[in-house]
Unconditional design. Structure first.
Length: 353
């Protein structure tokens, strides 16, 4: 393994930097690219020309204002290819988007997910993706990001455990999907995918996101970057009420023991919801203290019902962490959008142009 950066590495890194710069603008001139990236005019020109030849970007004439004779051409992401797929792999149902490199959604699909066994779930996932991708030529697909429930080995692309599927263990989902669809694929923990779209606006803030459905998942950003590792932030079986409700794990007082009764077949149990408020507020207090969170986001299927007990939850939060902003965000989009965005970023970093 080489321990130095050669010229080809530098060109690839700069090409990725230029493409990332272009995709964050609706249209940008060569002069602006050079200024924003710090690249010399000659170096920038070579990279832009390579990206044009490879079909990642396009160049078109800018719109001239009245009386203006010289208008720079505008560089944009090519809207006709390099599409990114985001899949939310969730036992509540599969949901997917296909976007261009700017994040513009081209299509959106959803389907129920079987809750029987591993083989049925994998077959259903594959069939769902075949259907989702059928309108797109394979050569136009750039990357696939999967937002995955349960415990995920992000580096290895392995789904280690999936709650509710007893025979699901150490599934190499990234390799399975790459072999089937021939698309570079990344596997991500689903709360990370929900938090990722918030990071650009948050800057260097520390954010805490809790996804609450029939269980709970957590994501954290520290100084604007996602905190990632295998099995990290698995908080469902943290004991929040010593000697409390019995949990399926065999312990008493786990957080999940208070979440699980709240939603039964999409019907909310108001008493269980109110009983959850104190343990949830304790969890928010403890995690926000550990990670010095500037803001907390609560999302997931249960949040749509939490308004029925929000006053009670806010009361506990006022007692435990009165100055901490806590936002209740109904799940208007699933984790597939964030999964696509993460996959696009990672795929661009790997570009060899």
């Amino acid at each position: 393994m080489k321990n130095y950066i050669d010229q080809d590495d530098m060109i690839s890194a700069n090409s990725a930097y230029v493409l990332q710069t272009v995709r964050r603008h609706a249209g940008i001139s060569r002069k602006e690219i050079s200024s924003l990236t710090g690249l010399s005019w000659g170096g920038m020109t070579k990279i832009v020309n390579r990206l044009l030849e490879s079909g990642y970007i396009t160049e078109e004439k800018g719109n001239a204002a009245p009386g203006v004779t010289r208008v720079p051409n505008l560089i944009k992401v090519n809207p006709e290819k390099n599409f990114v797929v985001g899949l939310d792999f969730n036992l509540a149902g599969f949901h997917a988007v296909v976007t261009d490199l700017t994040g513009r959604i081209l299509t959106e699909t959803s389907s129920p997910a079987p809750k029987t066994n591993t083989q049925a779930l994998l077959a259903s996932c594959t069939d769902f993706l075949v259907w989702t991708l059928s309108p797109f030529a394979p050569e136009k697909l750039f990357a696939l990001g999967v937002a995955m429930q349960g415990i995920v080995d992000v580096r290895g692309g392995i789904s280690l455990k999936l709650p509710g599927i007893s025979d699901w263990s150490n599934i190499p989902l990234r390799d399975i999907l790459e072999e089937r669809f021939r698309i570079r694929t990344w596997l991500e923990h689903d709360p990370d995918c929900l938090l990722f779209p918030h990071l650009q606006k948050a800057g260097k803030d520390n954010l805490l996101l809790l996804r609450i459905d029939r269980s709970i998942g957590a994501a954290v950003s520290v100084n604007g970057k996602l905190l990632k590792d295998t099995g990290i932030l698995e908080i469902a079986h943290n004991i929040v009420v010593p000697g409390g409700k019995p949990c399926t794990c065999g312990m008493n007082g786990c957080l999940e023991a208070y979440i699980a009764p709240c939603l039964m077949e999409d019907n909310v149990d108001e008493n269980a919801l109110r009983e959850l408020c104190d343990p949830l507020a304790i969890t928010i207090r403890n995690l926000s203290g550990v990670f010095r969170a500037d803001r907390v986001i609560l999302t997931g299927a249960l949040i749509g019902y939490l308004s029925q007990a929000e006053a009670q939850l806010r009361g506990f939060l006022d007692d435990y962490c009165p100055s901490l902003p806590v936002e209740l965000l109904e799940l208007s989009t699933s984790a597939d959008v964030g999964a696509a965005s993460i996959a696009a970023d990672l795929a661009i970093k790997e570009l060899k142009i």
